[in-house]
Ligand binder design. Structure first.
Ligand SMILES: [Ca+2]
Ligand SMILES: [Ca+2]
Length: 231
């Protein structure tokens, strides 16, 4: 005849079941994060290929003659001098995009404060971003602390940035002051990463202090030690 489990045995079984559920949940969450991280890195690579050229074509730089000022330039040429708005076969110059297909209209009020709130001092992080521009969102939409509360609608969508850092001549941590020299050779694509907070400062030309941000340099190898592993 089947023996009844004692209370201690039932408790032990319950602990084992709960532990198993915890392991499964952590795997699910880990896979989820790894997938979002990989998707973000893939978007960074796709944007770099759109700028520098790749399998899909020569890219923005070959057509326009220089790298864009922002991701928006890959979707619309309106920030360029008007002679460059259309491609001229005679000169081989001019915009002939869009160079990407997965653009979204940016509502910076829904992004993290680093993007949308002047109190976050955007000159430390952003050289160009305006509400209504077309951009590309990163893959991290659920991990920032703000995304777990009732403000979820306000936050949780973060655009990938094209950062063109500066020399920060006066060493005040912000770019755009008199004497600050822009460094397009150090241009990089930046995602705010899983915490949704943009930590890669414009004045940090080698992005050595980037937290969990995902950084991809356009024109040089990463001088800042690389990103954290995608797991
Ligand atoms: Ca400065
Ligand atoms: Ca971050």
């Amino acid at each position: 005849m089947r023996r009844q489990m004692t209370r201690a045995e039932r408790a032990a079984v319950l602990v084992i079941v709960l532990a198993a559920i915890g392991v499964v949940m952590s795997f699910v969450r880990g896979d989820d994060f790894a997938a979002e991280c990989a998707a973000t890195d893939a978007s960074l690579e796709a944007i770099r290929a759109a700028i520098l050229g790749g399998q899909a074509g020569l890219g923005y730089r070959a057509d326009v003659g220089e790298i864009p000022r922002s991701i928006h330039d890959l979707f619309e040429p309106t920030s360029l001098p008007s002679p460059l708005w259309t491609f001229d076969p005679a000169t081989g110059r001019g915009w002939r995009g869009p160079y990407l297909t997965d653009g979204v209209g940016l509502d910076v009020r829904k992004a993290h404060c680093s993007f949308s709130d002047e109190s976050c001092n955007s000159r430390r992080f952003i050289n160009h971003l305006a509400n209504g521009e077309t951009g590309v969102l990163d893959g991290f939409k659920r991990h920032a602390p703000e995304c777990t509360n009732s403000d979820a609608e306000r936050y949780c969508t973060n655009p990938i940035m094209l950062q063109i850092p500066c020399s920060d001549a006066n060493r005040n941590g912000v770019c755009g002051d008199v004497g600050d020299i822009w460094l397009p050779g150090n241009a990089r694509l930046v995602s705010a990463g899983p915490n949704g907070e943009l930590e890669t400062a414009l004045a940090d030309y080698n992005a050595r202090s980037r937290g969990d941000d995902r950084v991809l340099y356009l024109l040089m190898n990463d001088p800042g030690g690389g990103n954290r592993p995608c797991q």
